[in-house]
Design a protein around this ligand. Sequence first.
Ligand code: ADP
Length: 218
Amino acid sequence: MKKDFAVIGLGRFGGSICRELSREGMEVLALDLDEDKVNEYRDIASHAVIADSTDESVLKELGFRNIDHVIVAIGDNIQASMLTTLILKEMGLKMITVKAQNDYHEKILNKIGADQVVHPERDMGKRIAHNIISNNILDYIELSDDHSVVEVKAGDKMGGRTLVDLDIRAEYGCNVVAIKRDRDVIVSPMATEEIKESDVLIVIGADKDISRFEKNLV
Ligand code: ADP
């Protein structure tokens, strides 16, 4: 089903979201204070408007009430980001995603009632750091403050051995929830499954356990 989106703040992050949603054929209302930014998105978004999102009457006039999902991507101006979120929340918007600039900002956004708070620079930094530790770590997704999912290439340390052999659960407290093999995905693999070097394992666990698993097996 087609959804209506609005992106507030067309910096690098908001701009990239706006482009991708539009490329996927979504209706996107793009909004920024800056005329040049708005002009840049005139041919990309369904609508592009110059406006100040901290002005409640403007958001009402633009029909924000009927938008399914709003992304607040105001960067440095934390006060404007918080005020915008608060206004959208009071207007009763169903889904509000906000980019947080730091932990303090994130805490307040959660208190105000943002449905989703994202921290792109911090998260991307973590992903890249894990990839730098080992080229075999393909991706790293944070589930909570202390749990994550990693996607790792099996490589020669795990290739040719079964999950029982490796004893990942008992030894490291992590679970292999799936194995990607060529085009197939083996969900909840059996303990007797023999891993191939080229397999990609999806592993879930507490950060401290994942860290030991990475050090020893990846
Ligand atoms: P990024 O780090 O993603 O590049 P920026 O801080 O560069 O983010 O961009 C944020 C954008 O948000 C800017 O284009 C700025 O003009 C816009 N912006 C800031 N305050 C408001 C506001 N009150 N209403 C609308 N847009 C705003």
